[in-house]
Design a protein. Structure first.
Length: 278
């Protein structure tokens, strides 16, 4: 066999492998769709059971270090009133553009601190030019806790609507950045405005849908188990600051290095004001 013939045979084999990969991808897709359709009713059944367990989702979320990395310390108080978290895949009813599209529903029960509400945020899978997948979403309305209204980015933006962004006070800028770190800002994340919305929104959506939701029972049991290493991994949380989304051409704002509660911010300001008055 000549070298030319060997080259043709190799190319033929590579072409066959290419066809095999396409077939395998289709089989894997069909298998995943089958799995989703078979397991969705089981998770719906689990959903009704979990609603009977007091503070189930609060325990799962509040004790999870990965989840804590994506939210503000001020949010923890309100996680207690989450009655339900549910992940639904529209492909179950053959209504999805991509079989991995999903919705996350978060329900806050009746309480004196945050309006009772059920929020469903929809996520879609987008295939990029390089073939990689990424998640995008739609902004969805959420009613913030009354005590956090002063750092609600939407409220602050409305206050300065039609005005020059330079008119924003230093206080409102600081509150805006604090609000952009809140779990409640995640509901407005779209994945289309990098640097001008909740940071790491895609990562949080993935954590909720592919880890915390699926493994909720495991995390609940772990959270209730005695921890012998409470002081072994004490680390200071850090986050990046948020930019002000007052217009499409906002300039970047300086980053804030540490996670701090709204109460801590106000205490520092009061101390600073007291020193200046002396």
């Amino acid at each position: 066999m000549t070298e030319k013939d060997e080259g043709k045979r190799l190319q033929l084999s590579l072409d066959k492998l290419g066809d095999w990969e396409k077939e395998m991808s289709q089989v894997e897709r069909e298998a995943e769709i089958y799995r989703i359709k078979k397991t969705q009713p089981m998770y719906a059944k689990r959903r009704s059971i979990l609603k009977e367990i007091p503070k189930f989702w609060y325990i799962v979320l509040a004790e999870n270090d990965d989840f804590a990395d994506y939210i503000s310390p001020d949010d923890l108080k309100y996680l207690e009133y989450i009655d339900d978290i549910y992940v639904y895949y529209p492909i179950v009813d053959d209504e999805a553009d991509h079989f991995k599209d999903f919705n996350i529903t978060v329900t806050f029960g009746k309480n004196p601190y945050i309006p009772e509400q059920e929020i469903t945020k929809k996520f879609k899978i987008v295939i990029q030019e390089d073939g990689d997948e990424r998640i995008v979403s739609e902004s969805v309305e959420v009613k913030w806790p009354h005590e956090l209204s002063k750092i609600n980015p939407s409220v602050i933006k409305e206050k300065y609507k039609g005005k020059d962004k330079k008119d924003m006070s230093a206080k409102d800028k600081k509150n805006y950045r604090l609000g952009m770190k809140s779990f409640f800002s995640w509901f407005n994340w779209t994945g289309e405005k990098p640097g001008k919305e909740f940071r790491n929104g895609e990562d949080l959506a993935t954590l909720l849908s592919e880890d915390l939701y699926l493994n909720a029972l495991k995390y609940y049991i772990i959270a209730l188990s005695p921890d012998e290493d409470d002081d072994a991994n004490d680390e200071e949380d850090t986050t990046e600051g948020e930019e002000l989304d007052l217009s499409d051409d906002d300039v970047e704002e300086p980053e804030l290095p540490n996670k701090r509660t709204l109460e801590e911010e106000e205490e520092e300001e009061n101390e600073h004001a007291t020193k200046k008055s002396k």
